[in-house]
Design a protein. Structure first.
Length: 506
């Protein structure tokens, strides 16, 4: 056991000093206070003598200080079983991947396939690296696939890499990321079509126990297929559907797993501060309790420690707030009523009263929010609430919403006033739409220059609202945010091996 904050133990000198002074100057207080005043200042307890009370006070202070220092003990390191594949997705970013014989390009299609793999795979630890002449870690291995998918979709991979491809950089870089995993896989997304022998690469994979799979962006034959199959992986040419990704995932999931236990060296501490704190509170209670027997005192404290506080849903102050708010509403002091209602723990009826106060204070939008909180199971009551919501919308000239809520109110209860207000709103809506049509009649598109193409009734005669032509400042910023791509930071992985194709032109 040790103290998590040992510097907090320095104040222990204070209770030691008090004990020393109490021992040396037992009559220190008697010299400055009369017996009557001294009797009132000292605690009257039958359990401890005056001298013992000073010692108990010092002990209580010392226990509080020890609790603040947080005595703890370190628990054993967590060892959890891990029984799932670990997959490094290696994306080829060499110059040949920028060819556009595959729409929109080989690299763009490979990135789409990479995102689809991350979205569809479940139960895998996954990481991503990029490789050309060298390997670069994009994201380390993680079991948070949803986070990895989000980061990958927003990643801006506009970096310039070496033109040639070095397969060994992907294998060696992947092995570095997979060195602590017992079920390692590397999945290449590449256009490799070399007919070179891959004996060295196969020997390296077998020495590391890594199974290699590949999604080929090139329809030509390649020795990469033989390398994948001999290492225990699979080779899959790309398809325009998601069938290729499904095949890769199913193959990886079908490979027998090796049991693995992973140690998590995290801070795992057992706290003991509650023990000195509880003892200090017990001694403090014994000093103040006017009981004659120590056994009785201990028994009462034990009962108090066992009992739990009952849950309460409303305090005494809530009733006072509600009463004062009701009086303020009757006196038409709506700002005061609103403030008092917001201080209380409200029921649906309380929310309804608060909404009424907001409505009368002409705060219609906020009133609508609290009206909705007041909705319950009573249909007649809900009908009144929807009526008030509709009327509030009508005050803000939001006639479509007012019509909708009047109709909801009528489905619950056929109040005559609701039906009359609905007819009024419908008439106003007709006038409003007619005026809007007149206002936008002049906003027709016309041909830019007279031509046969323009005269051929290509342009629409429908009127277009001004909002669709001139986006608001908020909408302009929102569009910029949607187009934003997060920059990524690549970590270059130190690799030493070179494949035969590393010296070939792309």
């Amino acid at each position: 056991m040790f103290f998590y904050t040992p510097s907090a133990l320095w104040p222990l000198l204070l209770p030691l000093l008090l004990l020393f002074l109490n021992h040396k100057r037992s009559n220190l207080l008697e010299k400055h206070f009369s017996k009557t005043m001294l009797y009132k200042l000292q605690l009257q307890s039958a359990l401890f003598s005056p001298r013992k009370k000073h010692i108990v006070f010092a002990l209580i202070l010392a226990l509080f200080i020890v609790a603040l220092a947080r005595p703890v003990s370190k628990r054993p390191t967590l060892h959890l079983p891990v029984n799932k594949p670990a997959v490094v997705l290696a994306l080829d970013v060499s110059k040949s991947m920028h060819l556009t014989d595959v729409y929109p390009s080989r690299l763009a299609l490979a990135r789409e396939k990479l995102e689809a793999f991350v979205d569809k795979a479940s139960g895998f630890d996954m990481g991503i690296l990029l490789y050309a002449q060298d390997a670069y870690m994009l994201y380390p291995l993680t079991h948070e696939n949803s986070t990895l998918s989000y980061l990958l979709k927003d990643a801006n991979l506009s970096h310039t890499f070496a033109p040639s491809t070095n397969l060994f950089s992907a294998l060696e870089g992947g092995a570095k990321l997979l060195k602590t995993h017992h079920n390692p896989h590397i999945v290449l997304l590449t256009d490799d079509n070399a007919t070179l022998t891959r004996s060295k690469e196969l020997a390296y994979l077998q020495s590391k126990g890594i199974k290699l799979s590949a999604l080929s962006l090139n329809k030509e034959t390649s020795n990469l297929q033989t390398l994948c199959e001999k290492s225990g992986g699979t080779y899959q040419p790309y398809t325009w559907s998601q069938e290729d990704i499904t095949t890769l995932i199913q193959h990886i999931a079908s490979v027998p797993l090796t049991s693995q236990t992973k140690a998590y060296d995290v801070t795992n501490l057992q706290e003991y501060f509650m023990y000195p704190l509880s003892l200090a509170l017990l001694l403090l209670a014994l000093l103040f309790l006017p009981l004659r027997k120590p056994v009785s005192s201990a028994l009462v404290l034990l009962i108090l420690s066992v009992l739990k506080p009952l849950p309460s849903h409303a305090s005494v102050l809530d009733f006072w707030y509600l009463h004062q708010a009701k009086n303020a509403t009757q006196n038409q002091d709506y700002p005061k009523a609103i403030a008092l209602y917001k201080k209380a723990d409200l029921t649906p009826q309380g929310y309804y009263n608060l909404a009424n106060a907001l409505y009368k204070a002409s705060q219609f939008i906020e009133a609508i929010t609290y009206y909705k909180k007041a909705l319950g199971k009573d249909k007649a009551f809900n009908a009144k609430i929807y009526y008030n919501i509709a009327t509030a919308y009508a005050h803000k000239n939001k006639l479509d919403f007012a019509k909708e809520n009047y109709e909801k109110s009528l489905t619950l209860h056929p109040y005559a006033v609701t039906r009359d207000n609905l007819k009024t709103v419908q008439q106003l809506l007709k006038v409003q739409r007619k005026n809007l049509h007149k206002a936008y009649q002049k906003l027709h598109f016309k041909p830019i220059a007279p031509s046969d193409f323009a005269k051929a009734a290509v342009f629409s005669d429908y009127s277009i609202k001004l909002q669709t032509l001139l986006p608001s400042q908020e909408q302009q910023w929102f569009n910029k945010i949607l187009k934003h791509k997060n920059p990524v930071y690549l970590q270059k992985l130190h690799t030493t091996k070179r494949s035969q194709d590393a010296s070939l032109p792309y």
